[in-house]
Design a protein around this ligand. Structure first.
Ligand SMILES: CC(C)(COP(=O)(O)OP(=O)(O)OC[C@H]1O[C@@H](n2cnc3c(N)ncnc32)[C@H](O)[C@@H]1OP(=O)(O)O)[C@@H](O)C(=O)NCCC(=O)NCCS
Length: 184
């Protein structure tokens, strides 16, 4: 089998571990969501750029739920791997866990999928190498990404309806049981 123009998943697999220091905390004493987003973007970039062999940009994130709060002093690990490759884009799956070093308790805080697009020196989108799938898990993740991509396309079409104009009386009717006061 000719594998030129293809790379394995393990070639670009990346893990970043970062200590959560006090300056990362919000007013409630928990780690600020923006700190995690920044770390996620960083690990996604490293993984994507290694696979693509070039500069990449973040096109889209699906999606971010913060499942559990993270405390100051915990060690946050972000594991990233290329799950799917298209023509100029690739999808990086990121799993985040946080460890309490004293108790060694590890919690899963979120899993997200970053779509990254490869760019040349003139900021033009360029093709990325194909992906060599070497395990059943890698095949499963590629198939799941394909399905997610299709669902995202359908969701985009459906959500266009949200912007369909509505008469004010119909809006008032819809908002009757909502937590708001309409003063017009
Ligand atoms: C995202 C961007 C690369 C899309 O490029 P484009 O030329 O407009 O779009 P195209 O339709 O040709 O899409 C290029 C690829 O990206 C994918 N893509 C584009 N937008 C996407 C989205 N919102 N979600 C998922 N995939 C997306 C396309 O499916 C396509 O993939 P493929 O080549 O593997 O088939 C371009 O808009 C861009 O450079 N945006 C700025 C990115 C940036 O600055 N990021 C940092 C954010 S702070």
């Amino acid at each position: 089998m000719d594998t030129s123009g293809f790379k394995t998943v393990r070639f670009s697999r990346t893990t970043i571990t970062e200590l959560m220091i006090p300056s990362y905390a919000n007013f409630g004493g928990k780690i600020h969501g923006g700190i995690l987003l920044s770390l996620m973007d960083k690990v996604a970039y490293v993984c994507a750029a290694k696979h693509a062999g070039t500069y990449c940009v973040t096109a889209s994130i699906d999606h971010v739920d913060f499942l559990q709060p993270i405390e100051v002093g915990e060690l946050v690990s972000l594991k990233a791997s290329v799950n799917y490759v298209g023509k100029t884009s690739l999808i990086v799956g990121i799993r985040i866990t946080s460890e309490n070093v004293k108790t060694q308790a590890v919690k899963h805080t979120n899993t997200s999928y970053f779509t990254m697009v490869a760019k040349d020196d003139n900021h033009k989108n360029i093709p990325v190498p194909g992906l060599i799938l070497e395990s059943a898990d890698e095949v499963r993740r590629f198939v799941e990404a394909l399905r997610r991509k299709e669902l995202k396309k359908q969701h985009k079409e459906v959500t266009k309806q949200v912007k369909t104009p509505m008469e004010i009386d119909a809006c008032k009717q819809l908002l009757q049981n909502e937590h708001c006061l309409v003063k017009i």
